[in-house]
Design a protein around this ligand. Structure first.
Ligand SMILES: Nc1nc2c(ncn2[C@@H]2O[C@H](COP(=O)(O)OP(=O)(O)OP(=O)(O)O)[C@@H](O)[C@H]2O)c(=O)[nH]1
Ligand SMILES: [Mg+2]
Ligand SMILES: [Zn+2]
Length: 294
């Protein structure tokens, strides 16, 4: 993990597996990994393929990149070269309104396959919560109810990730993202929050994103919890196309090609809502988040 000046003349290809602000940890094909210093706003992110020449990093082109906007409007990179994105939620603490929807839309817009992980199934409150989520999202994406504590439901997720995907877990703090990674792969041994650390205080346990190889195949990035997953540079059309619960709207055409499905005449989406083929709740949430879309 120390800076390694002896490598100065060599050019080696590596993968960024952790970002510590002033340095990134790079993993090489040999299994070696060490820290390379970077400028604070160098734009590197976990999942980046890089060429390392001594202390100099050169980023290779990205296959995919996932970004989010925070509450202050600042854009953050979440990860590079991901295939799948798991939004982790729990009955306690519950997800903020629209959180799952924004993550699903952001993932699809970035060409990642989103999925929903419902952790803490061992809690009493979980039953109704799972039913509700299945009801809302199962048509759109895979939903994995499980428990990091009891191990229930982990096999299905392990198999899904084992198909060679590189994924990341995102979700608010305290839902159990790090606990899940530990449960999937015990040798990872990430620090997790203690119960009384949580009590609604929203303290973050994980502070940097880290990438891990899973023993059954696949790679997973653990991210620090964030409360806001604001959409970045998405058109109203793409937003509607990617919105979970709007699957049927792809089969219909509105009168206007650039219809935002609000009050435009001849809107086929509103028609579907009226007929009950798109749920009123989905449409209401769509309108709510649409206000943030340019
Ligand atoms: N009952 C129950 N508690 C869990 C489960 N998974 C995690 N927890 C608890 O939830 C708390 C938060 O777990 P973490 O894994 O640190 O959560 P996190 O999402 O990584 O949080 P940040 O790193 O702050 O984003 C800890 O007290 C865990 O013990 C679960 O399946 N069931
Ligand atoms: Mg964590
Ligand atoms: Zn319309």
């Amino acid at each position: 993990m120390d800076l390694d000046p002896s490598q100065s003349a060599l050019v080696r290809e590596g993968l960024i597996i952790a970002h510590h602000g002033v340095a990134v940890e790079v993993l090489f094909a040999s299994g070696e990994h060490y820290l390379v210093r970077v400028k604070r706003r160098s734009g590197h992110v976990v999942g980046d393929d890089v060429l390392v020449r001594g202390e100099v990093l050169e980023r290779l082109p990205r296959r995919t990149e996932l970004r989010r906007r925070d509450a202050m409007g600042k854009v953050h990179l979440v990860g590079a070269n991901l295939d799948v994105l798991g939004v982790v939620v729990s009955p306690s603490p519950p997800p903020p309104a629209g959180f799952i929807d924004r993550v699903i839309v952001a993932a699809r817009a970035a060409n990642l396959r989103p999925f929903v992980v419902v952790n803490k199934c061992d809690l009493d409150a979980a039953k109704g919560f799972i039913m509700e989520l299945r009801d809302t999202y199962a048509e759109a994406v895979s939903v994995f109810p499980l428990s990091a504590v009891t191990g229930e439901g982990l096999t299905l997720l392990r198999e899904f990730l084992g198909e060679g995907h590189r994924g990341a877990f995102v979700g608010i703090t305290g839902v159990g993202k790090s606990s899940l990674l530990n449960a999937l792969c015990p040798e990872i041994d990430l620090r997790v929050g203690t119960l009384n650390e949580y009590n609604g205080k929203g303290r973050h346990t994980t502070t940097v994103s880290t990438l891990h190889s899973l023993s059954d195949g696949g790679e997973l990035i653990d991210t620090p919890g964030f409360q806001d997953f604001g959409l970045v540079d998405i058109s109203a059309q793409d937003f509607a196309d990617h919105f979970p619960g709007f699957e049927k709207t792809k089969e219909v055409r509105c009168r206007f090609r650039n219809c935002r499905h609000r009050t435009e005449p001849g809107c086929a989406v509103v028609e579907l809502v009226t007929r009950g083929e798109v749920r009123a709740e989905r449409y209401a949430t769509y309108l709510e988040i649409l206000r943030e879309v340019v």
